[in-house]
Design a protein around this ligand. Sequence first.
Ligand code: PGA
Length: 243
Amino acid sequence: MKVQVYKNYDEVSKAAAKIFAETVKGKENAVLGLATGSTPVGMYTELAKMYEAGEISFKNTKSFNLDEYVGIALSHPESYHSFMEKNLFSKIDIVKENTHVPYAEIETAEADCAAYDKAVQEAGGVDIQVLGIGGNGHIAFNEPDSEFPENTHIAVLDSRTIDDNARFFNSRDEVPTKAITVGMGVIMQAEKIIILATGENKADAVKKMVEGAIVPSVPASILRVHRNVTVLVDEAAASKLNK
Ligand code: PGA
C-alpha cells in the first residue's frame, strides 16, 4: 500500500484523476470501478475536464459502481444513480448501456446481488477501482463487522454512516437504512485501486487502514493485502499517521 500526501482536496482530486486517466488511456475498453460520496466529486470534475479538452475518451469503457441505497427512488436526487448521472456520466462520452450502478429490491435481493457479481465477472473484472473511506473505516457499504463479506449483498448501514450521510438529506430519518453493495470480491480483484480521503474527520480511519491490524472491524484494512493500492490523502486526513 503506497501512501501519497497532498496539500488539499484539489491536489488529491487532480492526482487521482491523473492516475485514473492513465488506465483509461492505456486500455481502450477499460472497466472502471466507480464510487459515490463527496470525496470523488473533484476527481470526476477533473476527468470531465480532460474529456472536454480531448485528452481522454470513455467511449469504449464500461463502469461498475459500488453501491446504491435500497428503498430509494432512482430519480431521487440523492440516489447514487442520480449522483453518477449528475457528477460524471452526463459530462463524458461513456455509453449509457455500459454504465452499471447496482439496484436491488428487498423482495428480489438475492438474485439482484448475484446478477451484479456475474455482470462484473463477465466484463472481465475491474481495471481500476476508485474508493472513498467512511469515517468508520468502511469501503463501499461494507460496514465494520466480524467478517469481510465476499459477494455483493444487502448491508444494514452503521449508525455512524447514517449520521455521516444525513447531510445529504433533509433529516437523519430520511437516510435509507439499507443498501446493496459489492463485497470484497469485486474490490480485491480489481487490477489497481486508488483510495481517496480528505479532511480531519477521516484521519482516524486512515490511520487504522494504513497502520492498524487487518481486521473486519476496519473493512478498509484488507486493502493492505492487495498488490496495487495507492492511498491519496490530504494533510488533514494524513495528520495521525506515523511520520
Ligand atoms: P464521503 O464518503 O466521500 O462522502 O466522505 C466516503 C464513504 O463513505 O465511503
